[in-house]
Design a protein around this ligand. Structure first.
Ligand code: ADE
Length: 437
């Protein structure tokens, strides 16, 4: 058995070799109720499921996914299955799996390898999904795609039709791989469509991050100095919601235009070096490592709370926090108290991992409805091209505007909101280059 075949964890898990590995199958009925709840709030995905279950365009295809195992992801997985695909799945973060949902998926016959707290076997789980010989790949953070490239290069070049990537940092890395000529199959940038980033990243991250901070701490946010690092789409959502809760918001940025937007959206802007000394709650949302490090911990006030909502757990330099501290203890779930050498206390939430998934339930179903409709439609696009014999370029590919409009239209319809349409004269007027004042 090669190394990657051996599971490291000695925890008690429910496992059937070649089929699944989850925390506890007896949680399945609890998980099924959560999935039912999510389905009732994901009308776009459910309407696509209804259509695709008749035509089964994914019959004969096997899809491996690496994405947070939540109730919303379960709705996506079961939609792929309804469309005819065989599915194998792993989480994309050690602290984001909902164990009850994972159990319900296994009970329904899906091959899921994921459990909350999976630090040691994260890549083992990814490898197990690859054992199912997928030809379609769905990723969130590019760990599955990277594993395929590093450990299964020939298989990736010859057998994989294509992939889709969910998140900003994942798309960024894969674009670099593509530009270097080292991407072995085409990947659609699902993150970059408007019905994903302009809703999921802003409103989804905004609400679920605040939810995670509150569940982990129960602190009052009104009147607190709340520091958001990064004012991309996610940071913007976090700062917006923190302000809505009555916090005095501070944004740190490296990009002048983003910083200026933050100012005009009524946040204070300053370097982290200054913010460190006055902040009560810190949340990183940058995609970059060491955003909060030794230098900043040294300046923080007693009682400062630090967390991250970016994809990877490198934004807060935890080894440096450990170095500066004398001791630590768990105060409550997802809240670690570090006692510094000078007696100050700093609280780290969710081990610096995605606070919204580790301490709460991730983005609400309503917003994942659109993100996952995009995932589904992008996978269908890969299959359509394959069936038509069209060779897609082995780079990160952008999705067409029409997919966005289709999904937004369906969402509006589900919300019972109508659209206006241009008259014939208006259409003519817009394109008439002779028209003037
Ligand atoms: N990413 C953020 N929130 C999520 C959710 N609820 N399900 C899956 N992926 C997510």
């Amino acid at each position: 058995m090669s190394e990657n075949k051996i599971r490291k964890s000695t925890e008690k898990l429910d496992e059937k070799i070649g089929e699944y590995c989850v925390r506890e199958l007896s949680l399945a009925s609890e998980g099924r109720k959560l999935i039912d709840w999510a389905e009732s709030r994901m009308p776009v995905l459910m309407s696509l499921r209804k259509e695709l279950s008749k035509t089964k365009p994914l019959a004969g295809f096997t899809l491996a996914g690496s994405l947070h195992v939540t109730k919303e992801t379960a709705v996506l997985i079961e939609t792929f299955a309804a469309a005819g695909a065989k599915v194998s799945w792993s989480g994309c973060n050690p602290l984001s799996t909902n164990d009850a949902v994972a159990a319900a998926l296994v009970e329904a016959g899906h091959s899921v390898y994921a459990w909350y707290g999976n630090h040691d076997d994260f890549y083992w789980c990814i490898e197990r999904t690859i054992d199912h010989k997928p030809n379609l790949i769905l990723d969130d953070g590019a760990d599955l795609i990277n594993t395929l490239h590093l450990n299964h290069a020939e298989y990736s070049k010859n057998e994989i039709i294509g992939g889709t990537e969910e998140t900003t940092t994942g798309v960024h890395r894969l674009r670099k791989r593509g530009e270097a000529g080292q991407l072995y199959f085409p990947v659609y940038a699902v993150n970059d469509v408007e019905t994903k980033w302009d809703f999921d990243n802003v409103y989804g991250t905004g609400q679920s991050t605040l939810d995670g901070i509150i569940r982990a701490t129960s602190v009052l946010l009104a009147g607190k100095k709340f520091v958001t690092a990064g004012y991309g789409h996610c940071g913007k959502g976090v700062a917006l919601r923190a302000k809505g809760m009555g916090a005095d918001t501070i944004v740190t940025e490296i990009k002048a235009t983003a910083a200026l937007k933050a100012v005009l959206e009524s946040h204070n802007v300053m370097p982290m070096e200054e913010a460190a000394a006055i902040g009560d709650v810190f949340c990183t949302a940058t995609g970059v490592k060491d955003v909060i490090r030794k230098w900043h911990f040294e300046k923080m006030k007693d009682g400062a709370i630090v967390c991250n909502t970016g994809h990877y757990d490198c934004e807060i330099n935890i080894p440096e926090l450990e170095e500066l501290s004398l001791s630590k203890r768990t105060i409550r779930p997802n809240c670690e108290e570090y006692i510094m050498k000078d007696g100050r206390r700093i609280y780290l939430l969710a081990q610096g991992r995605l606070i919204n998934l580790a301490a709460a339930e991730g983005h609400p179903s309503e917003v994942m409805d659109m993100s996952f409709a995009n995932q589904l439609m992008s996978q269908l696009r890969l299959v359509e091209a394959h069936k038509a014999g069209t060779k897609l370029e082995r780079i990160v590919l952008d999705l067409p505007e029409e997919q966005d409009q289709f999904i937004a239209g369906k969402k509006l319809e589900a919300l019972g909101m109508g659209l206006d349409a241009l008259t014939y004269e208006q259409k003519f007027y817009i394109d008439d280059f002779n028209a003037g004042t």
